[in-house]
Design a protein around this ligand. Sequence first.
Ligand SMILES: C[S@@+](CC[C@H](N)C(=O)[O-])C[C@H]1O[C@@H](n2cnc3c(N)ncnc32)[C@H](O)[C@@H]1O
Length: 432
Amino acid sequence: MNSVLKIEKIIFGGDGLARLPNGKIVFIPYTIPGEIVEVELIRDYGDYIEGKAKKILERSSERIDPLCEYYGICGGCQFQHIRYSYQIVLKEQILIETFKRLGWKEDIPLDKVIPSPKEFFYRNRLRFHIENEDLKMGFIKRKTHEVLKIESCLLGEKNLNKVLLELYKNPSWLKLSVYSKRMKIESSPEENKVTLLFWTSLKPKRRDLENLFSIKELKSVFYWIKGERPKGPFPENSLHGGRRVFKNVDGLFYYVQPGVFIQANWDINCAIMEIIKSLNLSIEKVLDLYSGMGNFLFAFIQNKNIKKFLGVDIDLRAIEDGIYTAEKAGINGRLDLRNMSAIEALYSAIKEGEKYDLVILDPPRGGCKELMKLLPEVAEKYIIYISCDAPTLVRDLLDLRELKYVPMKIYLFDMFPQTYHFETVVLLEKIK
Ligand SMILES: C[S@@+](CC[C@H](N)C(=O)[O-])C[C@H]1O[C@@H](n2cnc3c(N)ncnc32)[C@H](O)[C@@H]1O
């Protein structure tokens, strides 16, 4: 059944929202607020209906032709049909709407919205599924479990795309990929090179690995042997030639092992560092509970007033990278990085009676609800919460507000152009 509907807004997830005359909500992907759309009503889920745009009857002036040939089939992008400047406006609306929907009643002190300098070719890593028959490397098709063969991804940096195309032609990779279901390519921007990682069920032949280096952009190749717990990475000594190299806003080089987390859009990572430095917080002790390799701790390292830096992360290899990075820069005496969980770090601070002026929280998508009750015993003045998931962020901010941490400034960073995702940075201050 088809209906003619007007799109009211875009919701978290990227779909347009419209209403039937009886008030029932319809979600329609690839639409823009204000557009009049002929919609096929596909499936009724009770409290909403899934719709499909059959025809745009009145087109938004913000509608453009998507650049990517896979757009609409691939599940990766939701906003390529929208002019970039308007994507930013929509993300701001989505953020505000998320606060309101989850019950935030006070002011939302949104200070700045920072677009990505690059609208395309910004991602420094791409992850692919592999299907072996007639080699397919690709992403999962929207709303299916099928792999869509991809020969270029416009979100990935250009070097990553070059390597992807070369892999399709490389005879050794054609052999190696037969035993593999998953691979990643990660760039090393300061070297203009790319690392290949793959997960395999058969130990690769050395000659096949060596032959991959006919791809001139390749810097290193690592593999994991699949099993209940994958073993790897091999070669084990990733210190030689394996670490990716990034440069931060202060000219400090970061060294990052294959597969270790680093923010996907480096320009935006640097923009976040600039903003958190510019807050000029009066602090002496900083605790980063999801430090990774220490990325955001390093933003404060030049502040001579800070006497203690502690970063913790459950990824041992990330901690090794932070220590290696600090050693190379001769600043390892300044900071303490430990392989432990956020909650362990809080319990241990409480036990030792340690308090911090600033606690940085940059948790995975699920947020950090489990830390809430412990934070007041450790976070004395400020919290900086960095989040890639607005709903879990707001859920945690509601808890923090109950504990007397009040958002003073909020920044939206467009870490992920062409998709509905974005990064939010919140400065909270503890009120007495
Ligand atoms: C979004 S990343 C942020 C890393 C770092 N802040 C950066 O900018 O590179 C989240 C990090 O949290 C770590 N992590 C996940 N669960 C954790 C936990 N329970 N305790 C401590 N670290 C955790 C992951 O290993 C990952 O490095």
